[in-house]
Design a protein around this ligand. Sequence first.
Ligand code: SAM
Ligand code: SF4
Length: 338
Amino acid sequence: MERNTGQLKDALGRVIENLRISITDRCNFRCVYCMPAEGLQWLPKADLLTFEEIESLASSFVRLGVKKIRLTGGEPLVRADLPKLVERLARIDGLEDLSLTTNGLGLAKIAPALSEAGLDRVNISLDSLVRAVFEKIARRDALDEVLCGIESAACYFEGPLKINTVLVRGINDGEILSFSELARREGVEVRFIEFMPLDAQKDWKADQLITGKEIHDTISQKYPLKKDPHQDPHAPSQDWVFADGQGGKIGFIDPVSAPFCESCNRVRITSDGKLRTCLFSVGETNLKSILRDPSNEGDPNQKLEEVIRKAVWNKEPGHLISQKGFIHASRSMSQIGG
Ligand code: SAM
Ligand code: SF4
């Protein structure tokens, strides 16, 4: 059997270079495809990883070969003192890219401090350009504020800015062309993410899903697309540019209709310190308990790294959404960190 040393990789040979760290499970939106209107039972604050613990885990992963870290949640901007965490992570030797996924609320205000602290990029989620539809999805009347956040992010962070959009049939699927026009006008990349069965309510139904192909067909009837010549082979999105040379890009993240598990190079840490090797994992590895175990003798980093290697080695080959035998993930998207 191949020895599990050197690069951080799994038994299928996938090399893990990408880590998502959830820094809170709380959120100030209640997106219909993510959680119920009343919210969820939030984790007690004492269960959340401290900044010191997050830094320690991030450093271990970078020593093992992770090059990119993305902070997420819940809504990461609700975590107090976020720029201080960014500052700690940005100085980790060997980390090449530090980014954040946010719903954009409050971003305009905090963007300068995040940029100053060393954050490289932000992705912003935006599901509608129509105020009433936005409110129907997020259950918050916040479109204008999110648009201000997007403007501010374009000034403070390296481009091109990525906008994440989830379409749900019958709610916002009439806006495919408006989002394409946003990409063309502003030179941003709009990435359509297929609605996955990761909503806390477990209401997901296949017929609510708008596939990437359906979106692609709608866009290309008006604005022909061609494959992006600079496609990143490990990106979850398949990227396209406009054939007429207009700026902006369209990305498709199609985990349901076209799973990309074979090239997946990412793992996740939840806000309470559990390592998840797949979004759809049914099991987790408790890293926080290692960090907090007073009886740990010797070098805690060595123990951590052994445990991480072992968990990653056993990364799931893939998920089975829409197939017989599909088992719901043990937590919902906002509790995992999307
Ligand atoms: N709150 C931040 C935000 O919304 O950008 C970060 C966390 S959120 C869980 C990360 C991403 O997951 C967002 O782009 C969101 O649209 C997406 N998401 C949430 N639930 C989803 C679902 N059931 N299917 C597909 N994407 C989902
Ligand atoms: Fe909050 Fe993001 Fe989930 Fe929307 S998708 S409810 S913004 S965590």
